[in-house]
Ligand binder design. Sequence first.
Ligand code: XMP
Length: 321
Amino acid sequence: NWTMVNIAEESIEAIRRQVGDRRAICGLSGGVDSAVAAALVQRAIGDKLTCVYVDHGLMRKGESEQVEKDFVASTGVDLRVVDAEERFLTALAGVTDPEEKRKIIGREFIRVFEAAAREISTEGEVEFLVQGTLYPDVVESGGGTGTANIKSHHNVGGLPDDLQFGLIEPLRALFKDEVRALGEQLGLPAEIVWRQPFPGPGLGIRIIGEVTRDRLDLLRDADAIAREELTRAGLDRDVWQFPVVLLADVRSVGVQGDGRTYGHPVVLRPVSSEDAMTADWSRLPYELLERISTRITNEVREVNRVVLDITSKPPGTIEWE
Ligand code: XMP
């Protein structure tokens, strides 16, 4: 794809001119935007770029490994992983309110990222922050650019005043499909390039009720089955997003194996959408829904019921919290 080769080369050249031999950091979220932005900057300035991945323990099955191993293997990026699961779970203990969960996760994320940035800065001053801002984000936020303390955007927002960075935003002119094409061009793993949008607060807002490690493990297992079967059915690219939600505070009676169970339901929430502003529930084939339901109830301990969310947005949102 010649266009993408040109975009990649021009962008790498522009980053080199902007950064020279100074240092940059980039926060990886596991999503395609930050991954492609980091890969471009790595090509431009090599080990003058340090990436930080805050593992908050709220990712889906296999996602952290894809960042820590496959992404690093395909890009050669210098990656620091911060294992912050314990810290996030402690901060979330006892919390059930959706907005409170979001606030806590956002706050802890900034604190952990900031600490990592400071530590990296002690090895030599860091002057730039890489962000995976896309063209639609630019339009939405009024088109401003600059050297500010990072606009409040997704996960990385509002770093304190004494951490000043210039911004490197190599994807500012691109749409999502172009970013994916660029990611393929740069040789990133398909799992990252084609990943569905995933909320910053992760599975923390897909557990209705308190977030605990056991519940996360349970949801990770159910979610992995749904994703696996969707892929097997060849329908990955027909579905915008496929949240699986654990109703952790609800129990219902079931019968499994030799007897009565009293377990939790999970909700399947496949949606089709153009931009997440509106969405419709996906009409997945019954055979696929059946396979997902059978496998989840057979393989995931404590889940004895699978229900399908058939609400469009509006009135429902895509996520349950
Ligand atoms: P809703 O649930 O509002 O979600 O219909 C719209 C889109 O936004 C994603 N989402 C988030 N993304 N941080 C993010 O980066 C968040 O806090 C967040 N909350 C929701 C959601 O997955 C959907 O794609």
